[in-house]
Design a protein around this ligand. Structure first.
Ligand code: CP
Length: 307
């Protein structure tokens, strides 16, 4: 039995295979309509979510399976003090696979250690968000036609943004990928990403604070929200929340084939005037998330691919 806790749980070959399956699902959706007949997905969301939870549910329904679960800690027995370990033991009796989001780093790992069914990490605190990463990889591969030879700008809250941490971990495995890390000083990537992932692997990167100066060299601009819920101090959040606002004037400085991604939700960091720019890919990215999660459910449940 396999879980997905970290984007590196799949090798590059397995990741590419999963992306190819997701792409086939995108183009031949009907073919997959019954591959999970009789299977159940549990969505255990201790933290708010729109895209991840609903795209998981949409994915399982599109595969012919069914879904059950909860969308806040308050509507489960966690509110009465039940541990993640006990909850997942119960869920193992009710479902075939589980997707879990939790505010604490490492909680998906704990769940996997007590589970009889595959556990998917749907975001654990500021740590990892591997299914968002698979979504990001599919988006980049679909739009750019490759996952190598890219300059990727990551902009905003690089300290608390788990999607950023997961994406860096995944992208360093592809050749000739370089990073431009754009953030205020207070929101730089954590040291373990800078030292253990980027420097240790000899990946080219630079840390800057000026988006206007950085944007012309980028193939991908990955914008992120300043993560209010992870700040200890409201004053710091208010001071930093509007550090970057991508607008038409900034897009004029970018390459014609640079794409803007964002895991969403956005707050102020991308002006709505950018939404109509053909390079704004964040809503397409959310759609790719359904196909990727369909492919992931099939892979972890070892469902046979239809002819
Ligand atoms: N991208 C993402 O994780 O969105 P949600 O928080 O809405 O699930």
């Amino acid at each position: 039995m396999r879980h997905l806790l970290n984007p590196l749980d799949f090798s590059v070959e397995e990741t590419n295979e999963l992306l190819t399956l997701a792409s086939d699902i995108e183009h031949n959706l009907k073919k997959y309509a019954h591959v999970c007949d009789g299977k159940k997905l549990a969505t255990l969301f201790y933290e708010p979510s729109t895209r991840t939870r609903l795209s998981f549910e949409s994915a399982m329904l599109s595969l012919g399976g069914s879904v059950l679960g909860f969308s806040s800690a308050n509507s489960s027995s966690a509110a009465k003090g039940e541990s993640v370990a006990d909850t997942i033991r119960m869920i193992s009796c009710y479902a075939d696979i589980a997707a879990m989001r939790h505010p604490k780093e490492g909680s998906a790992l704990v769940a996997s250690m007590h589970s009889q069914i595959p556990v998917i990490n749907a975001g654990d605190g500021g740590h990892q968000h591997p299914t968002q990463t698979l979504t990001d990889l599919m988006t980049i591969r679909s739009l750019k036609g490759r996952l190598d030879n890219l300059t990727i700008g990551l902009c905003g809250d690089l300290k608390f943004g788990r999607t950023v941490h997961s994406l860096i971990n995944a992208m360093v495995r592809y050749p000739n990928v370089r990073f431009v890390l754009i953030s205020p000083d207070e929101l730089k990537v954590p040291e373990y990403i800078r030292e253990d992932v980027l420097r240790a692997k000899g990946i080219e990167f630079k840390e800057v604070s000026n988006l206007d100066a950085a944007i012309p060299e980028l193939d991908i601009l990955y914008m992120t929200r300043v993560q209010k819920e992870r700040f200890f101090n409201e004053e710091d959040y208010i001071r930093l929340k509007d550090s970057y606002i991508l607008d038409k004037a900034k897009m004029d400085l970018a390459k014609e084939d640079m794409y803007v991604l964002h895991p969403l939700p956005r707050v102020n960091e991308i002006s709505t005037e950018v939404d109509d720019d053909p390079r704004a890919a964040y809503f397409r990215q959310a759609q790719y998330g359904v196909y990727v999660r369909m492919a992931l459910i099939m892979t972890l449940l070892e469902v046979e691919k239809p002819c």
